[in-house]
Design a protein around this ligand. Structure first.
Ligand code: SF4
Ligand code: SF4
Length: 363
């Protein structure tokens, strides 16, 4: 039974005459949770520590707030570590979120800066999302995982996750924060699409825009050289004639399994023992922070779950999600259609990333 340490988001007023109770703040509870659980105590003096969160997109308003990141950064420093707050780029080349420049601008717009988060803010997979270290794995779907270089080189990773639903992975917990969030573009592509991109000759007008945008000069005679292509999807973004085919986008069990295999690749490189997980079940939205908008939360805030086990921490949150009353207008069914969140957890356990058995210890 893996212990999951839990801080309740609710702040019951025990003394109605005393409105000033700063210890009731969830930020204060986070500090207590980190100290009493000991989940960050593996950090050694001088360790460079990635605090991995989701920066959201322009218009996303329910990402993990910087006050929590700041508290995590402080806790890392107290243990002698050198934290940096990090994220990776999204697929594509043209959208703001697709490059490190845009990612940092979005982070600032959403309140995550060195000043607010208490640590430098660094994009882990480089300017274009093509800085990576390759991990060889023997997955059912993936054989190579392109681990973001800034994650691969870190001594430790604190996975700080806004737990929510996800339109393809089912849930966006710690597993997804690593499997999708700690990899560079080639593996982001491989998670979502099993086939490489290809140019459909009958549709191609030979306008040359894709050739211009391709960061690896992979397009020769209007065909993609798959030995050189890094699957950034930039060619599809610029093509006005829908001549670049990228399909099928996966759903259900297969994408759940691909996310898990990518997670395994990242954890193999960094070392499973060098991770800690903090899942925040607050503002649980029906979709991921990558959406350029935020919906109403599905349910009341639950609290923070801390663990050294990536499977157990996500399982405990999924269980709470399922059993908790939902808001009357919650969009849960629509967004969960055709996803397989249970498969994500079961497969992660099968691959030895953690255990499905846990017990909650409330602090
Ligand atoms: S951008 Fe589209 S139409 Fe133009 S050359 Fe590339 S594939 Fe062909
Ligand atoms: S050919 Fe490959 S590397 Fe070049 S733009 Fe298209 S997806 Fe990116």
């Amino acid at each position: 039974m893996q212990p999951i340490f839990f801080a309740d988001a609710r702040a019951p007023v025990t003394d109605v005459a005393n409105w000033y109770q700063p210890e009731m703040s969830l930020v204060a509870k986070l500090e207590k949770l980190i100290d009493e659980s000991g989940v960050l105590d593996f950090i050694s003096s001088g360790d460079i520590v990635a605090v991995k969160t989701h920066f959201g997109d322009r218009g996303t308003t329910r990402i993990l707030r910087s006050v929590f990141l700041r508290k995590i950064s402080e806790a890392v420093k107290e243990r002698g570590g050198k934290p940096f707050v990090t994220e990776t780029t999204g697929l594509g080349l043209l959208k703001d979120r697709s490059t490190a420049v845009g990612r940092i601008e979005i982070a600032e717009e959403n309140g995550i800066t060195h000043q607010t988060a208490g640590a430098p803010v660094i994009v882990a997979d480089g300017l274009l999302g093509l800085d990576y270290v390759v991990a060889e794995i023997d997955g059912k779907h993936l054989k190579r995982v392109h681990v973001a270089k800034g994650i691969a080189e870190a001594d430790a990773v604190v996975v700080a996750t806004h737990f929510k639903l996800h339109m393809r992975a089912g849930i966006g917990g710690s597993i997804k924060n690593i499997g999708v969030g700690c990899v560079a573009k080639p593996t982001k592509y491989d998670i979502h699409v099993p086939n490489p991109p290809r140019i459909i000759a009958e549709k191609c007008t030979k306008c040359g825009k894709c050739v211009e945008v391709c960061p690896t000069d992979a397009i020769i005679d209007f065909q993609i050289d798959l030995e050189v292509c890094v699957k950034c999807t930039g060619c599809r973004e610029v093509c006005e004639y829908e001549a670049v085919e990228i399909q099928p986008w996966l759903l259900g069990e297969e994408i759940a399994e691909r996310v898990v295999e990518a997670t395994k690749g990242v954890m193999d490189v960094v070392g499973k023992e060098n991770f800690a997980f903090l899942n925040f079940m607050i503002d649980v939205t029906p979709h991921c922070d990558c959406h350029p908008f935020s919906d109403s939360p599905l349910m009341s805030d639950i609290g923070i779950f801390a663990s050294k086990d990536v499977v157990a921490v996500d399982k405990s949150c999924l269980d709470r999600l399922v059993e908790s009353p939902k808001a009357p207008d919650a969009l849960i069914d629509g967004f969960w259609q055709n996803t397989a969140p249970e498969r994500q957890l079961n497969y992660a356990a099968e691959l030895g990333l953690g255990t499905l058995n846990y017990r909650i210890i409330e602090i």
